[in-house]
Design a protein around this ligand. Sequence first.
Ligand SMILES: [Zn+2]
Length: 308
Amino acid sequence: MRLGIDIGGTKTAAVAIGADGELSDLVRLPTGFGGPAVLSTARQVVRRMSELAGVEASAFDSIGIGIPGAVDTATGRVEHAVNLGLEGLDLGPKLSDELGVEVRVENDVKAAALGAHHLLGVADGVTAHSMAYLNLGTGLAAGIVLDGELLRGGHGVAGEIGHIPVDPAGVRCTCGQRGCLETVASGSAIARMWPTEHPLPARELFDLAEAGEAHAVDVREQFLRGAASAVRLLALTTDVDDIVIGGGLAALGEPLLLGVRRILNEWAKDSAFLASTDLAQRVQVIPLGFPAAAVGAALVGEPSWQNS
Ligand SMILES: [Zn+2]
């Protein structure tokens, strides 16, 4: 059994995958803030999973963790996980020593890409897809899997398309550049463009736009054009077969998918080239509730990933 843990800004989720690919029930805990608290959350979730499975933690074949921030997959060290209050933590080695089983660590979006890739394989029985996972959460980033192998790149920034500027006159991004894709197509972009007290700002935005409120329509269209640009960018740089949208905003579901497809189809009307790429048919939204990052984290420990 392989154990996968997704350490998120507010919640930590864990799932075990059996030899037959069967997923266990998901376990969720609130994530602590700061290095010691994050370590303690990880320990608790491992303990809970080993109780549920009725085995010692050391009996798991592997343990993988997906976590935001800059992850050195060779050393298991995490840096700059701002939302978790982490400047630097040797997460992998610390847990490996304590638990007596190798703990591998991967960036959460890359882990989620592996999870989404796994789901495509379950759906059609093909083991090595080429696909991109577009994470629309607080920020915007992508994980790319080519012929079944995660693209890591040499400096850990493969897929960081949220920081590709698309509007030289746009607002200043947290990265210091201007008009990055993330400043139009992300949760933080919606929070800026659509200030509200509503607990689910994106949902409110889409509902009001659907009802025809003019300003909501404007903001929604800006957002959808940004998301569609991200899809186009991924398809034209990697030519993957599928682009799967995940992350917190994927909970918008059908209205998000249909909106992105509508924009892609509008662009295709003006461009025979774009029309030939059939982009609208290659994009999908991950099923609601599928724990992509936890599933992918479990697969990070899989031998075939270890040398890539
Ligand atoms: Zn940026």
